[in-house]
Design a protein around this ligand. Structure first.
Ligand code: PAF
Length: 288
């Protein structure tokens, strides 16, 4: 596996792949890889001739007081996991080269970033789209793969691609979960054993919301109240948002029709976790 740390080296490597007409897959990550990331990587390896994984803890998607300073990093472990899978190149850019202190250009997708995570983390999506677009320009992938746990991020990136006429196929893959249903996240590493137990309330709330809908409930307010009560029954939890919304544009809905997204962000102690289910009345896209 080639380890690349400069933008020029990455561009040269990608240009060579394109000259050889190889289909290039990119999996953008912030590292501290878990099975969810590895699933994205395996997909790229299966679908593309060459796979690049980027690892960059992107400072411009963190707001003041968020967890940038303590975000978990283990590059040696990440590199070994990727090399063992057969990844062709890992791109680990230096912070000051990718985000120079005098950088003045940012990319903002409007409207769908105003909801959910965009509401409570106003800097987040601008930081994500700016860095993802830079990675797309540098790596020039044919395909880029993201996880559906961050479904809003996935749709925001899709909208950016559409609006800016980029020829990159965006693939979203289902959330990978622990055996008790908790979604895999690098931030789960912050949780104490008691907090890990409380984190189960998130998937339990989603399950209870889904079950109401599949049993015919059409009031989003009733579904949200039910999910809120599941979260509130656990100690150490604080709801950031709970939403029943349109799965592409994320506006809140009142009356539930097919399909609908149940989404939430919950603080478990000092750790903010997100998760979502896409619920369709005749079939459910998450484990039913
Ligand atoms: O999902 C993530 O890990 C990040 O938001 C991403 C897409 C790598 C951009 O920094």
């Amino acid at each position: 596996m080639q380890e690349i740390s400069t933008i020029q080296q990455m561009k040269d490597w990608s240009r060579q792949s394109r000259n050889n007409e190889q289909r290039l897959g990119l999996v953008p990550t912030m590292g501290f890889l878990h099975e969810g990331h590895l699933n994205l990587v395996r997909h790229s390896l299966a679908q593309c001739d060459r796979t690049v994984v980027s690892i960059f803890v992107n400072p411009i998607q963190f707001g003041p007081g968020e967890d940038l300073a303590r975000y978990p990093i283990d590059l040696e472990r990440d590199k070994k996991l990727l090399a063992d899978l057969g990844v062709d190149a890992v791109f680990i850019p230096k912070k000051d080269e990718l985000v120079p202190p005098d950088m003045n250009t940012f990319v903002q997708v409007e409207n769908l970033t105003e909801h959910l995570c965009g509401h409570s983390r106003p800097e987040f999506f601008r930081g994500v789209t700016t860095i993802v677009l830079k990675l797309f320009h540098i790596v020039q992938p044919d395909v880029a793969i993201f996880g559906e746990k961050d479904r809003q991020q996935l749709e925001v990136v899709r909208k950016m691609i559409e609006d800016l006429n980029l020829d990159i196929q965006i693939v979203g893959l289902p959330t990978i979960r622990e055996s008790d249903g908790v979604a895999l996240s690098s931030r789960n590493s912050y949780l104490s054993p008691e907090e890990r137990e409380s984190a189960r309330s998130i998937v339990q709330a989603l399950e209870s919301g889904k079950s109401l809908i599949l049993n015919g409930e059409t009031s989003a307010e009733i579904v949200k109240n039910q999910m809120r009560s599941v979260i509130a029954s656990r100690t150490g939890t604080r709801i950031d948002y709970i939403s029943v919304c349109d799965p592409r544009r994320f506006g809140e809905i009142q009356r539930i029709e097919n399909p609908v997204m149940l989404a939430m962000a919950v603080h478990i102690g000092n750790t903010r976790l997100i998760d979502n289910y896409l619920v369709e009345k005749n079939s459910c896209k998450e484990p039913c």
